[in-house]
Design a protein around this ligand. Structure first.
Ligand code: GLP
Length: 241
């Protein structure tokens, strides 16, 4: 596990973007595992800036997103489809049919999860998975207690996650109760993993991450057993270490 200490959010985003750019340059047909949330917005902004300036190309890249809310239409501003389009997909040369996000509107959610898991395998697995971390240690939407063996599945979101994400909605009542997420085992199969954390709101969970044994009540701790994990955290996120 490698820890890169960033000065602040901007520095974290810059360092993360550089790792993704290097990956795409080394392997233009990379499969990138992508994440949503406030933490990664700056990284996408840097990737878009770099694409404009240096023409780093995503023409051969395939992307698979970690998760999506159940019940939100892709045109809903709070859907992760919408997030990805506005923050990244619309601004680079990535063909739309090479981007994949779980379908939160699927009639047969179980079947959708199964197919998504198969799709990732058919793409040859994930080369580099980008991750944020929830304040309760969730990665993707794998909430505390979720088995490490889980594959892509539907989850009931915890009250704390719904409250944390309510800032993007008009009220907490509008935050969906369920989501489809890659499972922990899906994430762990990625060849490389890049976890980002910024700000004092992530300080408690980061100190728990570094100090606790691997345990399912703190899902992110499993990353300590992965062969190729880089964590980029800023000074505020590391302030309780
Ligand atoms: C969300 C997402 C996660 C994300 C996390 C942190 O619920 N499902 O993939 O990493 O919460 O979000 P933020 O970056 O906004 O703190």
């Amino acid at each position: 596990m490698k820890l890169l200490i960033a000065k602040d959010y901007e520095d974290m985003s810059k360092k993360a973007a550089q790792i993704i750019i290097d990956q795409v340059k080394q392997k233009p047909g990379s499969v990138l595992g992508l994440a949503t949330g406030g933490t990664v917005i700056g990284t996408y902004k840097m990737l878009v800036d770099d694409h404009k300036r240096h023409r780093t190309s995503y023409k051969q890249v395939r992307t698979v997103n970690l998760d999506e809310y159940v019940g939100l239409h892709p045109s809903n501003k709070n859907s992760y489809h919408y997030f990805m389009k506005t923050h990244f997909f619309d601004h680079v040369d990535l063909p739309a049919n090479q981007t994949f996000i779980p379908n939160g509107l699927a009639d047969q959610v179980e079947e959708e999860c199964k197919q998504y898991e198969q799709l990732i395998a058919q793409l040859g697995g994930i080369d580099l998975q980008l991750l944020g971390i929830g304040r309760n240690g969730h990665i993707g939407f794998n909430e505390p207690g979720n088995p490490f063996s889980s594959k892509t599945h539907c989850v009931t979101l915890t009250e704390s996650t719904r409250l944390a994400n309510a800032r993007f909605f008009k009220s907490v009542d509008e935050v969906p109760t369920h989501a489809i997420t890659m499972g922990i085992s899906t994430i762990m199969k990625s060849k490389k993993i890049l976890l980002l954390a910024s700000g004092t709101k992530k300080a408690i969970i980061l100190s728990r991450f570094f100090n606790e044994e691997v345990n399912e009540q703190n899902p992110a701790t499993i990353l300590k057993t992965h062969k190729h994990v880089t964590i980029i955290a800023d000074e505020q996120a590391l302030s309780l270490m």
